[in-house]
Write a protein that binds this ligand. Structure first.
Ligand code: SF4
Ligand code: SF4
Length: 379
Protein backbone atom coordinates (compact mmCIF):
# COMPACT_ATOMS: atom_id res chain seq x y z
CA UNK A 1 0.00 0.00 0.00
CA UNK A 2 1.29 3.45 -0.94
CA UNK A 3 0.17 6.80 0.41
CA UNK A 4 -1.10 7.63 -3.06
CA UNK A 5 -3.60 4.75 -2.95
CA UNK A 6 -5.16 6.28 0.18
CA UNK A 7 -6.97 9.10 -1.66
CA UNK A 8 -10.66 8.30 -2.21
CA UNK A 9 -13.30 10.38 -4.01
CA UNK A 10 -16.26 10.90 -1.64
CA UNK A 11 -19.50 11.34 -3.59
CA UNK A 12 -21.73 12.84 -0.89
CA UNK A 13 -21.16 16.47 -1.87
CA UNK A 14 -21.00 16.49 -5.66
CA UNK A 15 -21.15 19.72 -7.69
CA UNK A 16 -24.73 20.93 -8.21
CA UNK A 17 -26.42 23.10 -10.81
CA UNK A 18 -28.92 24.35 -8.19
CA UNK A 19 -27.63 24.72 -4.63
CA UNK A 20 -31.15 24.16 -3.23
CA UNK A 21 -31.72 20.90 -5.10
CA UNK A 22 -29.47 18.03 -3.94
CA UNK A 23 -30.51 15.93 -6.94
CA UNK A 24 -29.26 18.51 -9.48
CA UNK A 25 -25.78 17.00 -9.88
CA UNK A 26 -23.66 18.91 -12.39
CA UNK A 27 -22.86 15.84 -14.48
CA UNK A 28 -20.54 17.61 -16.88
CA UNK A 29 -18.29 18.98 -14.14
CA UNK A 30 -18.42 15.71 -12.19
CA UNK A 31 -17.32 13.81 -15.33
CA UNK A 32 -14.39 16.20 -15.79
CA UNK A 33 -13.34 15.77 -12.16
CA UNK A 34 -13.54 11.98 -12.46
CA UNK A 35 -11.36 12.15 -15.59
CA UNK A 36 -8.64 14.17 -13.83
CA UNK A 37 -8.78 11.91 -10.77
CA UNK A 38 -8.49 8.73 -12.87
CA UNK A 39 -5.81 10.18 -15.17
CA UNK A 40 -3.66 10.85 -12.14
CA UNK A 41 -3.89 7.20 -11.12
CA UNK A 42 -6.55 7.32 -8.34
CA UNK A 43 -9.52 4.95 -8.49
CA UNK A 44 -11.68 4.69 -5.33
CA UNK A 45 -15.22 6.12 -5.15
CA UNK A 46 -17.49 6.17 -2.11
CA UNK A 47 -21.26 6.63 -2.17
CA UNK A 48 -24.46 5.55 -0.42
CA UNK A 49 -28.07 4.80 -1.23
CA UNK A 50 -28.97 8.09 0.45
CA UNK A 51 -26.46 10.59 -1.00
CA UNK A 52 -28.08 13.29 -3.13
CA UNK A 53 -31.38 11.43 -2.60
CA UNK A 54 -30.13 8.54 -4.73
CA UNK A 55 -28.67 10.71 -7.49
CA UNK A 56 -25.07 10.17 -6.37
CA UNK A 57 -25.25 6.52 -7.48
CA UNK A 58 -26.79 7.33 -10.87
CA UNK A 59 -24.32 10.17 -11.48
CA UNK A 60 -21.50 7.72 -10.71
CA UNK A 61 -22.91 5.23 -13.19
CA UNK A 62 -22.79 7.92 -15.90
CA UNK A 63 -19.39 9.35 -14.95
CA UNK A 64 -17.52 6.16 -14.07
CA UNK A 65 -19.26 2.86 -14.82
CA UNK A 66 -20.37 3.78 -18.36
CA UNK A 67 -17.01 5.39 -19.23
CA UNK A 68 -14.33 3.19 -17.66
CA UNK A 69 -13.66 -0.59 -17.59
CA UNK A 70 -14.99 -2.18 -14.39
CA UNK A 71 -11.58 -3.40 -13.24
CA UNK A 72 -10.12 0.12 -13.41
CA UNK A 73 -12.11 1.54 -10.46
CA UNK A 74 -13.43 0.54 -7.03
CA UNK A 75 -16.83 1.44 -5.62
CA UNK A 76 -18.08 1.45 -2.05
CA UNK A 77 -21.82 1.72 -1.38
CA UNK A 78 -23.91 1.68 1.83
CA UNK A 79 -27.21 0.11 2.86
CA UNK A 80 -29.54 2.73 4.47
CA UNK A 81 -29.84 1.16 7.92
CA UNK A 82 -32.48 3.60 9.20
CA UNK A 83 -34.83 2.66 6.32
CA UNK A 84 -34.85 -1.11 7.03
CA UNK A 85 -38.31 -2.41 7.91
CA UNK A 86 -37.67 -6.15 7.44
CA UNK A 87 -34.81 -8.59 6.85
CA UNK A 88 -35.66 -8.79 3.14
CA UNK A 89 -35.10 -5.04 2.84
CA UNK A 90 -31.32 -5.67 2.97
CA UNK A 91 -31.51 -7.48 -0.34
CA UNK A 92 -34.06 -5.09 -1.79
CA UNK A 93 -31.77 -2.12 -1.17
CA UNK A 94 -28.66 -3.91 -2.43
CA UNK A 95 -30.39 -4.85 -5.69
CA UNK A 96 -31.52 -1.27 -6.15
CA UNK A 97 -28.01 0.03 -5.41
CA UNK A 98 -26.44 -2.35 -7.96
CA UNK A 99 -28.99 -1.31 -10.54
CA UNK A 100 -28.56 2.42 -9.96
CA UNK A 101 -24.78 2.04 -10.26
CA UNK A 102 -24.98 -0.38 -13.19
CA UNK A 103 -22.50 -2.83 -11.59
CA UNK A 104 -22.61 -6.48 -10.57
CA UNK A 105 -20.50 -6.36 -7.45
CA UNK A 106 -19.27 -3.84 -4.87
CA UNK A 107 -15.63 -3.52 -3.98
CA UNK A 108 -16.78 -2.50 -0.50
CA UNK A 109 -20.26 -2.84 0.99
CA UNK A 110 -21.20 -1.08 4.23
CA UNK A 111 -24.05 -0.87 6.65
CA UNK A 112 -24.54 2.88 6.81
CA UNK A 113 -24.27 5.06 9.91
CA UNK A 114 -24.04 2.69 12.86
CA UNK A 115 -25.03 4.49 16.06
CA UNK A 116 -27.07 3.27 19.05
CA UNK A 117 -30.54 3.24 17.42
CA UNK A 118 -29.39 2.05 13.97
CA UNK A 119 -27.23 -0.71 15.47
CA UNK A 120 -30.38 -2.09 17.09
CA UNK A 121 -32.18 -1.90 13.75
CA UNK A 122 -29.30 -3.55 11.87
CA UNK A 123 -29.26 -6.39 14.40
CA UNK A 124 -33.04 -6.76 14.31
CA UNK A 125 -32.90 -7.20 10.53
CA UNK A 126 -29.76 -9.39 10.48
CA UNK A 127 -27.77 -6.93 8.39
CA UNK A 128 -24.37 -8.14 9.60
CA UNK A 129 -25.14 -11.75 8.61
CA UNK A 130 -26.47 -10.41 5.32
CA UNK A 131 -23.13 -8.67 4.65
CA UNK A 132 -21.27 -11.89 5.39
CA UNK A 133 -23.45 -13.70 2.88
CA UNK A 134 -22.83 -10.97 0.26
CA UNK A 135 -19.10 -11.50 0.63
CA UNK A 136 -19.46 -15.28 0.37
CA UNK A 137 -21.44 -14.88 -2.85
CA UNK A 138 -18.85 -12.48 -4.33
CA UNK A 139 -21.29 -9.55 -4.46
CA UNK A 140 -19.03 -7.65 -2.05
CA UNK A 141 -15.26 -8.01 -1.95
CA UNK A 142 -14.91 -6.27 1.41
CA UNK A 143 -17.54 -5.59 4.07
CA UNK A 144 -17.95 -3.33 7.09
CA UNK A 145 -19.88 -0.33 8.35
CA UNK A 146 -19.65 3.42 8.66
CA UNK A 147 -19.73 4.56 12.24
CA UNK A 148 -21.09 7.65 14.00
CA UNK A 149 -20.95 7.06 17.71
CA UNK A 150 -18.55 6.62 20.58
CA UNK A 151 -15.89 4.03 21.32
CA UNK A 152 -17.96 1.98 23.80
CA UNK A 153 -20.52 1.16 21.09
CA UNK A 154 -17.76 0.46 18.55
CA UNK A 155 -16.18 -2.03 20.93
CA UNK A 156 -19.51 -3.79 21.37
CA UNK A 157 -20.02 -4.07 17.59
CA UNK A 158 -16.46 -5.26 16.96
CA UNK A 159 -16.66 -7.80 19.77
CA UNK A 160 -19.70 -9.31 18.18
CA UNK A 161 -18.98 -9.01 14.45
CA UNK A 162 -15.34 -7.84 14.07
CA UNK A 163 -14.09 -11.33 13.26
CA UNK A 164 -15.50 -11.29 9.75
CA UNK A 165 -15.48 -7.58 8.93
CA UNK A 166 -12.76 -5.91 6.84
CA UNK A 167 -13.28 -2.19 7.25
CA UNK A 168 -14.77 0.45 9.52
CA UNK A 169 -15.33 3.94 8.14
CA UNK A 170 -14.72 6.52 10.85
CA UNK A 171 -15.09 10.26 11.17
CA UNK A 172 -11.50 11.28 11.76
CA UNK A 173 -9.76 14.65 11.55
CA UNK A 174 -7.43 16.74 13.69
CA UNK A 175 -10.36 18.64 15.22
CA UNK A 176 -12.19 15.51 16.38
CA UNK A 177 -9.14 13.38 17.24
CA UNK A 178 -9.53 13.87 21.01
CA UNK A 179 -13.08 15.31 20.93
CA UNK A 180 -15.26 13.73 23.61
CA UNK A 181 -18.39 13.59 21.48
CA UNK A 182 -16.64 11.88 18.52
CA UNK A 183 -13.70 9.98 20.08
CA UNK A 184 -11.83 9.45 16.80
CA UNK A 185 -8.58 8.51 18.51
CA UNK A 186 -10.17 5.85 20.73
CA UNK A 187 -12.18 4.47 17.79
CA UNK A 188 -9.07 4.35 15.59
CA UNK A 189 -7.14 2.46 18.29
CA UNK A 190 -9.98 -0.02 18.71
CA UNK A 191 -10.07 -0.83 14.98
CA UNK A 192 -6.29 -1.31 15.00
CA UNK A 193 -6.55 -3.59 18.01
CA UNK A 194 -9.19 -5.72 16.22
CA UNK A 195 -7.10 -5.85 13.02
CA UNK A 196 -9.67 -3.91 11.00
CA UNK A 197 -8.75 -1.30 8.37
CA UNK A 198 -9.87 2.29 8.92
CA UNK A 199 -11.31 4.35 6.08
CA UNK A 200 -11.67 8.02 6.95
CA UNK A 201 -14.69 10.21 6.28
CA UNK A 202 -14.99 13.92 7.01
CA UNK A 203 -11.21 14.65 7.06
CA UNK A 204 -12.18 18.35 6.76
CA UNK A 205 -15.25 17.95 9.00
CA UNK A 206 -17.56 18.90 6.14
CA UNK A 207 -15.58 22.08 5.42
CA UNK A 208 -15.47 23.33 9.03
CA UNK A 209 -11.68 22.93 9.03
CA UNK A 210 -11.17 25.12 5.96
CA UNK A 211 -13.81 27.72 6.85
CA UNK A 212 -11.88 29.43 9.63
CA UNK A 213 -11.27 32.93 10.95
CA UNK A 214 -8.85 35.28 9.21
CA UNK A 215 -6.53 34.96 12.18
CA UNK A 216 -6.23 31.17 11.82
CA UNK A 217 -5.84 31.50 8.04
CA UNK A 218 -2.93 33.86 8.63
CA UNK A 219 -1.28 31.44 11.05
CA UNK A 220 -1.40 28.68 8.43
CA UNK A 221 -0.04 31.09 5.83
CA UNK A 222 2.86 32.05 8.11
CA UNK A 223 3.57 28.42 8.98
CA UNK A 224 3.75 27.32 5.35
CA UNK A 225 2.59 29.66 2.58
CA UNK A 226 2.88 26.95 -0.10
CA UNK A 227 0.42 24.44 1.34
CA UNK A 228 -3.37 24.67 1.69
CA UNK A 229 -5.14 24.10 5.01
CA UNK A 230 -6.90 21.11 3.41
CA UNK A 231 -3.57 19.50 2.56
CA UNK A 232 -2.54 19.53 6.24
CA UNK A 233 -5.85 18.00 7.27
CA UNK A 234 -5.58 15.20 4.68
CA UNK A 235 -1.98 14.46 5.61
CA UNK A 236 -2.97 14.27 9.29
CA UNK A 237 -5.32 11.37 8.47
CA UNK A 238 -3.28 9.56 5.83
CA UNK A 239 -0.11 9.62 7.94
CA UNK A 240 -1.75 7.19 10.38
CA UNK A 241 -0.61 3.63 9.59
CA UNK A 242 -3.96 1.90 9.92
CA UNK A 243 -5.76 4.49 7.80
CA UNK A 244 -6.08 2.81 4.42
CA UNK A 245 -8.35 5.34 2.73
CA UNK A 246 -9.13 9.04 3.17
CA UNK A 247 -12.33 10.16 1.48
CA UNK A 248 -12.58 13.67 0.24
CA UNK A 249 -15.84 15.18 -0.96
CA UNK A 250 -15.10 17.63 -3.74
CA UNK A 251 -17.35 19.91 -5.73
CA UNK A 252 -14.76 22.25 -7.24
CA UNK A 253 -12.06 21.45 -9.74
CA UNK A 254 -9.46 23.50 -7.85
CA UNK A 255 -10.02 21.37 -4.72
CA UNK A 256 -9.64 18.21 -6.77
CA UNK A 257 -6.33 19.41 -8.22
CA UNK A 258 -5.02 20.48 -4.81
CA UNK A 259 -5.99 17.15 -3.19
CA UNK A 260 -4.47 15.13 -6.04
CA UNK A 261 -1.25 17.10 -5.54
CA UNK A 262 -1.26 16.34 -1.79
CA UNK A 263 -1.40 12.60 -2.44
CA UNK A 264 0.87 12.54 -5.50
CA UNK A 265 3.62 14.24 -3.49
CA UNK A 266 2.69 12.83 -0.11
CA UNK A 267 4.75 13.68 2.94
CA UNK A 268 4.11 12.12 6.33
CA UNK A 269 3.20 14.79 8.87
CA UNK A 270 6.19 15.83 11.00
CA UNK A 271 6.05 16.21 14.79
CA UNK A 272 6.28 19.96 14.37
CA UNK A 273 3.32 19.96 11.97
CA UNK A 274 1.33 17.71 14.30
CA UNK A 275 1.85 20.13 17.17
CA UNK A 276 0.89 23.05 14.98
CA UNK A 277 -2.39 21.33 13.97
CA UNK A 278 -3.17 20.53 17.57
CA UNK A 279 -2.77 24.21 18.43
CA UNK A 280 -4.89 25.31 15.44
CA UNK A 281 -7.58 22.76 16.35
CA UNK A 282 -7.91 24.25 19.83
CA UNK A 283 -8.13 27.76 18.38
CA UNK A 284 -10.78 26.73 15.88
CA UNK A 285 -12.87 25.13 18.60
CA UNK A 286 -12.91 28.43 20.47
CA UNK A 287 -14.71 30.13 17.58
CA UNK A 288 -16.94 27.22 16.58
CA UNK A 289 -20.50 27.70 17.80
CA UNK A 290 -21.89 24.33 16.63
CA UNK A 291 -19.72 21.40 15.41
CA UNK A 292 -22.06 20.74 12.46
CA UNK A 293 -20.38 18.97 9.51
CA UNK A 294 -23.28 19.93 7.20
CA UNK A 295 -23.84 16.28 6.28
CA UNK A 296 -27.54 17.03 5.81
CA UNK A 297 -28.86 13.77 7.31
CA UNK A 298 -31.18 15.66 9.67
CA UNK A 299 -32.96 17.79 7.06
CA UNK A 300 -35.08 15.10 5.43
CA UNK A 301 -36.25 13.88 8.81
CA UNK A 302 -37.42 17.22 10.22
CA UNK A 303 -41.24 17.38 9.99
CA UNK A 304 -41.03 21.19 10.10
CA UNK A 305 -38.51 21.15 7.20
CA UNK A 306 -36.10 23.50 8.97
CA UNK A 307 -32.87 23.95 6.95
CA UNK A 308 -30.82 23.04 10.05
CA UNK A 309 -27.25 22.99 8.63
CA UNK A 310 -27.82 26.30 6.85
CA UNK A 311 -28.68 27.94 10.16
CA UNK A 312 -25.67 26.34 11.83
CA UNK A 313 -23.44 27.45 8.95
CA UNK A 314 -24.37 31.12 9.25
CA UNK A 315 -24.19 30.87 13.04
CA UNK A 316 -20.62 29.52 12.84
CA UNK A 317 -19.57 31.98 10.19
CA UNK A 318 -20.94 34.95 12.10
CA UNK A 319 -18.85 33.87 15.09
CA UNK A 320 -15.75 33.29 12.93
CA UNK A 321 -16.12 36.58 11.16
CA UNK A 322 -18.00 38.87 13.55
CA UNK A 323 -16.71 42.00 11.83
CA UNK A 324 -19.30 41.72 9.04
CA UNK A 325 -23.07 41.95 9.53
CA UNK A 326 -23.82 40.16 6.26
CA UNK A 327 -24.81 37.04 8.19
CA UNK A 328 -27.70 38.84 9.83
CA UNK A 329 -29.06 39.35 6.29
CA UNK A 330 -28.59 35.67 5.44
CA UNK A 331 -30.40 34.70 8.60
CA UNK A 332 -33.39 36.92 7.73
CA UNK A 333 -33.40 35.69 4.12
CA UNK A 334 -33.32 32.06 5.21
CA UNK A 335 -36.17 32.54 7.67
CA UNK A 336 -38.13 34.41 5.00
CA UNK A 337 -37.63 32.06 2.08
CA UNK A 338 -37.48 28.74 3.91
CA UNK A 339 -38.59 27.91 7.45
CA UNK A 340 -37.66 30.03 10.49
CA UNK A 341 -35.46 28.33 13.08
CA UNK A 342 -38.10 29.34 15.64
CA UNK A 343 -40.46 26.79 14.08
CA UNK A 344 -38.65 23.91 15.81
CA UNK A 345 -41.24 21.96 17.80
CA UNK A 346 -38.64 20.09 19.91
CA UNK A 347 -40.03 16.81 18.59
CA UNK A 348 -36.50 15.28 18.70
CA UNK A 349 -36.87 13.32 15.43
CA UNK A 350 -33.60 14.73 14.07
CA UNK A 351 -31.50 13.62 17.05
CA UNK A 352 -30.97 9.99 15.99
CA UNK A 353 -29.76 11.17 12.58
CA UNK A 354 -27.14 13.66 13.70
CA UNK A 355 -23.69 12.33 12.91
CA UNK A 356 -22.10 14.82 15.35
CA UNK A 357 -24.33 14.12 18.37
CA UNK A 358 -25.53 17.73 18.41
CA UNK A 359 -28.53 18.69 20.51
CA UNK A 360 -30.17 20.23 17.45
CA UNK A 361 -33.29 21.81 19.06
CA UNK A 362 -31.19 23.39 21.80
CA UNK A 363 -28.69 24.76 19.29
CA UNK A 364 -31.47 26.13 17.09
CA UNK A 365 -32.71 28.00 20.12
CA UNK A 366 -29.18 29.40 20.57
CA UNK A 367 -29.15 30.43 16.90
CA UNK A 368 -32.39 32.39 17.39
CA UNK A 369 -31.08 34.09 20.53
CA UNK A 370 -27.76 34.90 18.88
CA UNK A 371 -29.35 36.66 15.92
CA UNK A 372 -32.03 38.35 17.99
CA UNK A 373 -29.28 39.83 20.11
CA UNK A 374 -27.57 41.29 17.07
CA UNK A 375 -24.95 38.52 17.04
CA UNK A 376 -22.30 39.79 19.34
CA UNK A 377 -19.46 37.25 19.01
CA UNK A 378 -20.04 36.47 22.67
CA UNK A 379 -23.86 36.33 22.41
S1 SF4 B 1 -36.55 18.79 17.04
FE1 SF4 B 1 -36.86 20.62 15.75
S2 SF4 B 1 -35.26 20.51 14.21
FE2 SF4 B 1 -35.43 18.46 15.11
S3 SF4 B 1 -36.85 17.36 13.79
FE3 SF4 B 1 -38.09 18.25 15.45
S4 SF4 B 1 -38.75 20.23 14.62
FE4 SF4 B 1 -37.07 19.55 13.30
S1 SF4 C 1 -26.96 19.00 12.49
FE1 SF4 C 1 -26.00 16.97 12.55
S2 SF4 C 1 -27.12 15.74 11.01
FE2 SF4 C 1 -27.63 17.91 10.66
S3 SF4 C 1 -26.21 18.54 9.08
FE3 SF4 C 1 -25.28 19.08 11.06
S4 SF4 C 1 -24.01 17.31 11.59
FE4 SF4 C 1 -25.36 16.64 9.95
Amino acid sequence: MTYKSKFGFGCMRLPLTNADDPTSVNQELFNEMVDIYMEKGFNYFDTSYAYHNGTSETAMRKAIVERYPRESFEICDKIPTWALTSESDNEKFVNEMLERLGIEYFDVLFIHNINVPWFKLAEKHNSFEFLKDMKKKGIAKKIGFSFHDKANLLEKVLDKYGEYLDVVQLELNYLDWEDESIESHKCYDLCTQYGIDVYVMEPLKGGVIVNQSEEINREFENFNPDKSIASFALRFCASLDNVKMVLCGMNKMEDMIDNCDTFENFEVLSDEENQFLEKMGLKLKETLAVPCSECGYCIKECPSMIPIPEYFHIYNTSKNQPESNIYRLYYDKLADEKVPAEDCTYCGTCLDFCTQNIDIPEELENVCKHFEEGFSPYG
